[in-house]
Design a protein around this ligand. Sequence first.
Ligand code: C2E
Ligand code: CA
Ligand code: CA
Length: 560
Amino acid sequence: MGEFAYSKGLKRRILIVDDEEINREILGNMLQDHYVVSYAENGRQALEMLRDRTVRYSLILLDLLMPVMSGEEFLRLHKEEEQISGIPVIVMTSEKPAEVRSIKMGADDFITKPYDSPEVIKARCERIIQLYEDKSIIRSAEKDALTQLYTREFFYEYVRQADHYDETVYKDAIVLNVDHFHMINEMFGRDMGDEVLKKIANALEQIFGNGLYIGCRPDSDYFYLYVDHHESYEGVFNELSEELAKYSHMPKIRIRAGVYLNADKSISVDGRFDHAKLACDRIRGDYTRQVNFYSKELNDADLFHEKLIHGIDDAIANGEFIVYFQPKYGIAEETPVLCSAEALIRWKHPEYGMISPGEFIPLFENNGLIQKLDHFVWRRSAEQIREWKEKFGVTVPVSVNVSRVDIYDPELENRLGAIVEENGLTAADLMLEITESAYADDAKSLTEVVDHLRERGFKIEMDDFGTGYSSLNMLTTIKIDVLKIDMSFIRNMNRDEKSRRLVELIMDIARFMNVPAVAEGVEDETQLKMLKDMGCQIIQGYYFSKPVPPEEFERFISGK
Ligand code: C2E
Ligand code: CA
Ligand code: CA
């Protein structure tokens, strides 16, 4: 451990406590080439200096006979204060009995006055410091066997040391992650995965190794780096990509980075790396960005998300979630006819006001909380169908969104069955929108689940059709009831020819599958006309109405 700071050219700090100036000077001269030296004139002043948390001392050289507070009194207090008791003390004395006494009181070694040769003094100081630094790390493994980078505990300790021995210089905390690393392992085998990690570690050493560079692999495909501050990282990460691209036998590797620039040293080391990791994790799946920088705004957004995640149960209990309904109209005839609705959730948050699902749904999808919300929406929608049936004498079928995690819920079918039954409905009244991209996750499971649900009478709408990667594969394996053309195609269809052709193509696919097509996001009459000409039967969009609360929806039912 002691080697570390030396190898990085970092100087430890020694505090000399002696009331006589001449003694302080002699010792100071002996040590100042190797250490940063501070001075105190008595025990009390020394204690005050040691209590300053921003400066870290590695060793105290203590005189015994001093005014104001003697060395023995100092030793007694030193032992009691947790924060400074970890700093070793060498006592300086000229009488034998005092040597023994001070060792008994907790001193670690002694130096006799008049002083020995500087070499002897330096050697004693060095030995004691090393002993203490070694002791401060109890863990057995200093380095990760694969990459030769430090393990987490050692890394944190070295960062702390670097901070204290090298206080003035700005440092950056960096977290790197390999995109889809598990895929590399799965497709090319673990050996290849290992090699990739090794090559990354080598490249990092090559790029950062000139300045201060402390590297760690805390777990699988994450890398933590503590480096001298860089003004720009663009070149650095380009270099890294180029370096890795050299190995033609390896799969293409994409690395994401989160950087906390000029990391605040008053924050704990893991706190600093949490910041960098937050920045790194935030751009997961965003292929336009390789580097993200930590900022206060990012942190605020994270806190906001944390609050939403922790608030979900209370919000359900307090009725903060409201289900809105957006009408879908059949346009086959001259006058459009209301045929069904889509249930879309809204959160009326006491602190943040109305929050749109685009903000919280992705958040809940990541941790499974979405299921709670979906169950709530399904139940609420079924109740609404029943209420309208009682009030208007007609059934308005409602489509609810089914998240990809719901698909893997073994209770899904029974759950939906119960909801429908409790409200005296048939399964066909509660239609299920499943996003096309769920097919890419696990085509086999999805197909099975959909088959079962359809056997039980539920109608399946394939949502966001055309945006996933699976559209064409899916056609031959999965049976559905409705195809929903994604909004993005509709949005551009009266602006560019290609989008219009794509919509036509999707209409052909719907005909091929023998199911009706729903176009969502229809905002104006031109789009409506085009779609009608193409044979699209059902329209959803602002042209008819935005999603509205149930009371407002009633005017579509009564036709007013
Ligand atoms: P989605 O299922 O594709 O829903 C359609 C989205 O398009 C809705 O956004 C709707 O308000 C919006 N929209 C409808 N017509 C138009 C239009 O003419 N123009 C424009 N610009 N937008 C239109 P919303 O309500 O913000 O919901 C966003 C997404 O959140 C939904 O996309 C869906 O994926 C998800 N979501 C909403 N409610 C739920 C829910 O209860 N459960 C689950 N799992 N997801 C939900
Ligand atoms: Ca939907
Ligand atoms: Ca959609």
